[in-house]
Design a protein around this ligand. Structure first.
Ligand SMILES: [Zn+2]
Length: 456
């Protein structure tokens, strides 16, 4: 049995311009059997199915390499680490994973989560218990004293339910990597930025070069990839020299970092949506605003735009990610804003941005050689969109335009279900920001969002 998908236009993920009037054939093995002009397509047999997407734009399912499944739209560190049991976080993650699919995302990397939440969600989906995106799962971030995720006072430490795992020696780090690998993670997450700065404001890396290299070498020896949170120049440099596969943020990279990244074959996931939303959405009453966070983030964002463009021009591969999972980046809401940022602020063409979110990002996630591009032999993970994102990249943020999502050929049926954020998260005493869904942002800033323009 073959499913014949008649596509008005089709962007394979690998080409500069879409093809018109093509048919995508899906076989019983969840893979693409053929892709050809509709005029030349094989005849439709008796038990075959025909899907008429002739007024839609078909492209590979989108990939977000930075979606934290366990955070639950967190409003504070405590929300991330403390207030819900791991078992509830896993159930919540499964619920939110559906919202990610509905937004057109068929693969994600969940780079750092408490317990075994992400890999459990991955397994539940892989085993066919629930529908959801393909998940590439990390476990807890490896951190050290004064590193990211070691954010409570020393007398509290890093609790067991935290997203971080505090290691205080190379031996402990190796032990933790081996435990996580045994438990079944796909990648190891390193918290490479420290919390301390030099006199000139530069962030000091949390780990030394030697420690970083030891951790990456051990993860690679065990056949796992490594991702790192590295905002500061020093952390980016250590990550690149150690051969970290995917470096997040890299806002303060310099030429030495670029050279090291090119030499090691690393990629960057700038993940600027989180910062953009803090700048654009934060209201004056929120603690984030009162602490001057939006203004600080805006300065960082401007530096990042300049530096990331340098890396792009030098040929560093860029992957799209959003840091979804915070209240400022709720699940299913802003994933595709990163593509708009790639075009507007980082100098990519719309076709290049689409490739970053498909063919390029596929190089990192599970089944990398089978997703991200539409061609015979690959898995039939694709979406059908109303309108062309090549004409206006912002339309991908309009959920109503994501008409169909297929994973392994199967059309996802995602129920439209609401939730009360005060019940699912929202336990902490002081919050960073409110919850910024698209509806809420339109309500607050009617003139400000581009989505109105996108819908023209
Ligand atoms: Zn993150």
């Amino acid at each position: 049995m073959t499913t014949h998908v008649r596509c008005g236009s089709l962007f394979s993920g690998d080409d500069a311009a879409p093809r018109r009037n093509v048919t995508l054939g899906i076989g019983d093995d969840q893979c693409i059997a053929f892709l050809c002009d509709t005029a030349d397509a094989p005849p439709v047999a008796v038990h075959d199915t025909v899907l008429d997407y002739s007024n839609l734009f078909v492209m590979p399912g989108l990939i977000d390499v930075h979606t934290h499944l366990a955070y639950g739209n967190a409003k504070s560190e405590e929300d991330i680490d403390l207030y819900q049991p791991l078992e509830f976080r896993a159930l919540r993650a499964l619920f939110f994973a559906q919202k990610v699919v509905a937004a057109g995302y068929t693969s994600i990397c969940s780079p750092g989560d408490a317990g075994q939440v992400s890999l459990s969600v991955r397994n539940a989906i892989n085993f066919g218990l629930f529908e959801g995106p393909r998940v590439t799962a990390a476990g807890r971030y490896l951190t050290t004293r004064q590193g990211l995720t070691d954010w409570y006072p020393t007398w509290i430490g890093v609790p067991d339910t935290s997203i971080g795992r505090l290691v205080t020696s190379k031996d402990e780090a190796i032990e933790e990597i081996r435990v996580q690998v045994k438990n079944g993670v796909d990648c190891i997450k390193l918290a490479l930025d420290g919390t301390q700065t030099r006199g000139n404001g530069e962030l000091i890396a949390a780990f030394t070069q030697d420690e970083t290299t030891t951790m990456v070498t051990e993860a690679h020896r065990l056949g796992r990839k490594v991702v790192a949170h590295a905002m500061g120049r020093e952390a980016v440099l250590y990550a690149a020299r150690a051969g970290v596969d995917l470096i997040f943020h890299a806002f303060h990279l310099d030429d030495a970092c670029i050279d090291a990244i090119l030499a090691s074959g690393s990629a960057i996931g700038p993940t600027m949506t989180f910062q953009r939303n803090i700048i654009d959405f934060t209201q004056p009453h929120e603690p984030a605003a009162q602490k001057g966070r939006p203004a600080y983030v805006e300065r960082q964002y401007a530096i990042a735009c300049e530096n990331i463009q340098k890396a792009r021009k030098a040929g560093v591969p860029m992957m799209t990610g959003t840091d979804t999972g915070f209240a400022v980046t709720p699940y299913g809401e802003w994933h595709a804003l990163e593509l708009e940022i790639f075009v507007r602020d980082l100098g990519f063409t719309p076709a290049e941005a689409l490739r970053c979110a498909t063919a390029v990002a596929a190089r990192f996630v599970n089944h990398g050689s089978k997703v991200g591009v539409l061609e015979p032999g690959r898995l039939a993970d694709f979406i059908a969109v109303e309108g062309s994102p090549l004409d206006n990249i912002a339309i991908l943020q309009d959920k109503a335009r994501i008409r169909h999502v297929h994973i392994g050929g199967k059309r996802m049926q995602i129920p439209e279900r609401g939730y009360d954020p005060r019940q699912v998260t929202d336990r902490s005493l002081a919050n960073w920001t409110d919850l910024y869904t698209q509806d809420r942002v339109r309500e607050l800033y009617p003139a400000r969002r581009q989505l109105a323009a996108a819908a023209e």
